[in-house]
Design a protein. Structure first.
Length: 318
């Protein structure tokens, strides 16, 4: 449930900030005046796509133009304009461009790049070496399961895997290649394998040298959203309980926003946080972050929710 003051805060603080932070080339940087990059541009577009002012439509169109122009020849997107290799933001770009029918060919090539990006940590020769490693019992992971990494051909991590899964789950079947279903199933299994013993996820491993890892709100929220199709699984239920209790004590705007989005996607009310958005903003102004302002708008404002929540479905025939 969103309180009127929270909705008002999103409309009076976050939306004006996002509108003013757009660069002349149509993109957004991580902060106002910073170089345009794919990630903050995607989040700003998600937030502004449901705004009411006519000028927002023009801003969104310019942002889409920037995003389309930033795609690399191999179908991926890079984290900075200077880089010539794609990375995890390819999934976020595909999620953002789904709403633009003219971008379907770009989304299709982006999804193909995602499905072709196999992490090197679970390659056959690496799995063979792991079997004989003296540390294999200290880090009990199923090395046959593969997700996605922050950069190509590296190691699987929770958050980039969650974004890639969201992109595959939301994709119309006609845009998916032959190997997409296999990648999705392996990625989902990898997330469950990486869950912390008491529920929830952190950025990497659930156990390190025999010690249980501590879950975090942001990766837990993203993992649960990527596993939204399995609400009755015991892992989901346990992790949702951890998330609800943790959001109640959160003092980070990003954690509050993403935790709220996730809980409400599962049909659960988000508990009132210990610290209000107004207090957090008064303390640090969200550090001038474009992504955080966008998450607040997505969580507390109005408009379509293209990345999270009810938009995440198992049916991909549309």
């Amino acid at each position: 449930m969103t309180l009127p003051r929270e909705k008002s805060f999103a409309e009076k603080i976050c939306l004006p900030f996002l509108r003013d932070a757009q660069n002349e080339n149509g993109g957004w940087g991580f902060r106002r005046g910073a170089e345009s990059r794919v990630e903050p541009t995607c989040w700003a577009l998600q937030a502004l796509s449901g705004a009411a002012l006519p000028d927002d439509l023009a801003a969104v169109a310019r942002g889409i133009g920037y995003l389309r122009g930033a795609q690399l020849p191999d179908g991926s997107w890079s984290s900075t304009p200077a880089q010539t290799k794609g990375c995890w933001v390819t999934a976020l770009a595909c999620l953002t461009l789904f709403a633009d029918e003219d971008s379907a060919p770009k989304v299709e090539t982006g999804l193909k790049w995602l499905c072709d990006d196999w992490p090197r940590d679970s390659a056959p020769w690496r799995r063979l070496l792991a079997r004989f490693s003296p540390k294999r019992k200290l880090l009990p992971l199923n090395s046959a399961l593969r997700g996605w990494g922050w950069t190509p051909r590296t190691s699987s991590w929770v958050e980039p895997t969650a974004f890639a899964l969201l992109a595959l789950q939301k994709s119309p079947r006609k845009l998916l290649g032959i190997g997409a279903e296999r990648r999705r199933l392996l990625g989902e299994a990898m997330l469950y394998d990486r869950m912390c013993p008491g529920g929830g996820w952190n950025c990497g491993n659930p156990m390190v040298y025999g010690v249980a890892g501590e879950p975090l709100i942001v990766p837990t929220s993203l993992a649960l959203l990527a596993l939204r199709a399995y609400p009755e699984r015991s892992e989901n239920v346990m992790s949702l309980e951890w998330l609800a209790s943790s959001v109640a004590g959160a003092e980070s705007a990003a954690s509050l926003a993403l935790g709220k989005i996730c809980l409400e996607a599962y049909g659960r009310d988000c508990p009132t946080g210990r610290t209000s958005l107004e207090e957090i903003h008064g303390n640090n102004g969200f550090l001038g972050s474009v992504p955080v302002a966008a998450w607040i708008q997505l969580a507390y404002g109005e408009g379509p929710d293209r990345v999270f929540g009810k938009a995440v479905e198992r049916t991909r025939d549309a």
